[in-house]
Design a protein around this ligand. Structure first.
Ligand code: TYD
Length: 143
């Protein structure tokens, strides 16, 4: 199941009285080569983001400022994560539906992505996603 690959990654922290520092190296701290970075900001209270899954894309999501929740769904179960530290990242593998909500005011959500933006990589319809998950599951159980 795809969700078993998802996990919180503890990023390196260089603590300093002048201010702390965290760094991320592709293929080292995240299990992919970083091809793209994007971020969500100025998110109004009560807004939801996400609401899709990806065929191939892998991501690491970090709360650079403030906090928000991420609900992951691989078609078999759902897990809610609360992100509120800039040295924790949530790794999301391919074939996992995600919803982001509960954004605190002024929060910034940074996403490191394994591929360039490609609309054809998205499942934006939950039913289609579940169908695809079932197909994959049947395929892997037939030897
Ligand atoms: P989307 O991935 O649906 O946002 P979220 O998951 O955060 O709710 O993207 C929203 C819009 O932005 C969509 O029209 C595609 C566009 N977009 C890009 O052009 N490039 C990108 O790298 C991303 C992530 C989105």
């Amino acid at each position: 199941m795809s969700i078993e690959k998802c996990r919180i990654i503890h990023l390196p922290r260089v603590q300093d009285p002048r201010g702390n520092l965290t760094f991320i190296e592709g293929d080292k701290h995240v299990p992919f080569d970083i091809k793209r970075v994007y971020y969500l900001y100025d998110v109004p209270g009560g807004a939801d983001r996400g609401g899709h899954a990806h065929k191939e894309l892998q991501q690491l999501i970090i709360a650079m400022s403030g906090s928000f929740d991420i609900v992951l769904d691989d078609g078999f179960g759902k897990w809610r994560f609360h992100l509120n530290r800039s040295y924790y990242g949530l790794y999301i593998s391919s074939m996992v539906w995600r919803e982001l909500d509960n954004f605190s005011s002024g929060s910034v959500c940074m996403v490191l992505a394994s591929t360039y933006y490609e609309e054809s990589d998205y499942y934006r319809n939950h039913e289609e996603f579940i169908e695809a998950v079932k197909k994959k599951d049947n395929g892997s159980s037939v030897s």
